[in-house]
Design a protein around this ligand. Sequence first.
Ligand SMILES: Nc1ncnc2c1ncn2[C@@H]1O[C@H](COP(=O)(O)OP(=O)(O)OP(=O)(O)O)[C@@H](O)[C@H]1O
Ligand SMILES: [Mg+2]
Length: 292
Amino acid sequence: MKLAILGPLSREYEQVRLLEEATKLFDTVSYFPIPQVAVELRDGFDLKYKNKSLLNYDSFLPRIPRSYKTFGTTLLYFLKKAGKPLPIEPSSVIASHNKFLTLVRLVEAGLPVPETHLAIRREVIEKLLKEMDYPLVLKLLYGSKGVGVMFADSEQSAVSVIDALQRFKETIFLERFVEPGNEDIRAYVIGGKVVAAMKRVAKQGERRANIGIGGHGEPYRLSSTEKKLAIRAAEAMGMGICGVDLMPSEDGPVIIEINVNAQFKGLESATQKNIAREILKYVRGLHGKVDG
Ligand SMILES: Nc1ncnc2c1ncn2[C@@H]1O[C@H](COP(=O)(O)OP(=O)(O)OP(=O)(O)O)[C@@H](O)[C@H]1O
Ligand SMILES: [Mg+2]
């Protein structure tokens, strides 16, 4: 069986691990940097990397970074048209990279998310800032790895953050602070099952629990409610592979984010689970299961 991995130009931990495990499970494995693939339209369509057609492959593993979200979605659209099995729905890439759209999808599926408000006009935002509780979370639509998530302890500090962001023409949304904060739970869902989970705890003096900014991960056993939520969230997003971020709260867990391209370096080291292998086993199992 032939596997095509579509990913970024640079090969980081995840790409290296996926290639390593892929060669154990597939006869042929090729890595296609997304920006070097071209869509060809002429008597039908083809996807080409140099002179090679991607349509000769049986299985596909897309790892689409935010910078290629639109082009990546286009590639998935054509792969789907060609009847290829995909671990994620093409539209889920756009929805996942936009944090607000993610919340929209979750709410549509009846899943719990923190109270959130999106507005662009100054007066509308100011009115919201008067009504909301503090601390308040302000998020960029396209932040990642903790960058783009801000906290305001008062209306005054929220206004000053918004002043700066509007100057740079950044769209932000306002989110209720989920108490007690300082930690979140990452559940890695593959093929409708949680294969590993960890709790991430923010470093001292920091409210964001991301590992890249000093947080640490520890293995975590999800409650049955958390497990069900993570699985339903992945399903609502149309993702067979994703990282679901949850936060426990007094009113039960809420989902704060779904990552289509979730990294797993921290999770593999915190849980000793072979996430890369789980991903590839799932992708291999999709072969022959296309239902249109
Ligand atoms: N509503 C909230 N209330 C309290 N803390 C929050 C809230 N939203 C986010 N946080 C904290 O900020 C961290 C980062 O937030 P989030 O997961 O939304 O963005 P991100 O990690 O930058 O995005 P990505 O996971 O795509 O890289 C979370 O791990 C959590 O610790
Ligand atoms: Mg996150």
